[in-house]
Design a protein. Structure first.
Length: 215
């Protein structure tokens, strides 16, 4: 990505991360947990969710994060089910955003297709920004579905486990964080896209489905 693309994409990605975290808190609130609301995190204000280190990592290592919204699962009526639902809300919000932007992208291509074919710089730039917005939202959603604690996928998977297996699995969150950070470090130092190997097949499938294009 060029510097101009980064400048345009930065606020879009910050908003995408904020919507992701807000969605966790909103669904948790609907299910009886007001922890996020009391913490002032039930908001779309990016400043409430922004993690500077996570944002920098997003552009440097292509893996980023926001401040996790606080959730107290003991406020839920059904501990496992509601934890899984609130966890699933984050990735779901990114998939919804990807669908919305894909509709905008398709509309843009249908209107400005001739300019794109002729390689007009402004038209191509806007089209690329729209495509990258779809790409990053799909990537963010798929990345968070990886079932390694503390990613959302681990909590979603937990909803299908027995009570005993669930508590043993979620107790590994600290180990999961170490594994997660180790994967990021190895990927960056040795230029091995480990996460990319996992999410690129479904990512390209969804990109083709939504835009007719792949990476």
């Amino acid at each position: 990505m060029g510097f101009s693309e980064i400048l345009v994409l930065a606020p879009i990605l910050i908003i995408s991360l904020s919507v992701h975290e807000f969605s966790h808190g909103l669904v948790a609130y609907w299910l009886g947990d007001d922890t996020a609301k009391r913490a002032g995190r039930l908001t779309l204000n990016p400043l409430s969710h922004l993690d500077i280190l996570g944002l920098i990592a997003l552009f440097i290592m292509k893996i980023g994060w926001a401040k996790p919204v606080p959730i107290n699962p003991y406020n839920f009526q059904n501990f496992k089910r509601d934890t899984a639902l609130s966890a699933a809300a984050g990735p779901a919000s990114n998939f919804i955003m990807a669908i919305i932007f894909s509709l905008i992208f398709k509309g843009y291509v249908s209107v400005f297709g001739d300019s794109l074919m002729m390689g007009h710089s402004v038209s191509v730039f806007i089209g690329r920004i729209l495509f990258l917005t779809i790409f990053f939202n799909l990537a963010l959603g798929l990345f968070n579905l990886i079932p390694i604690p503390p990613l959302d996928g681990s909590k979603i998977l937990g909803g299908f486990l027995s009570d005993n297996a669930y508590f043993k699995y979620t107790a590994q969150e600290k180990k999961g964080m170490i594994i997660f950070m180790g994967i990021i470090l190895i990927s960056y130092v040795f230029n091995i896209p480990i996460v990319g190997y996992i999410i690129m097949p479904p990512l390209n499938f969804l990109l083709r489905l939504l835009t007719g294009m792949t990476l």
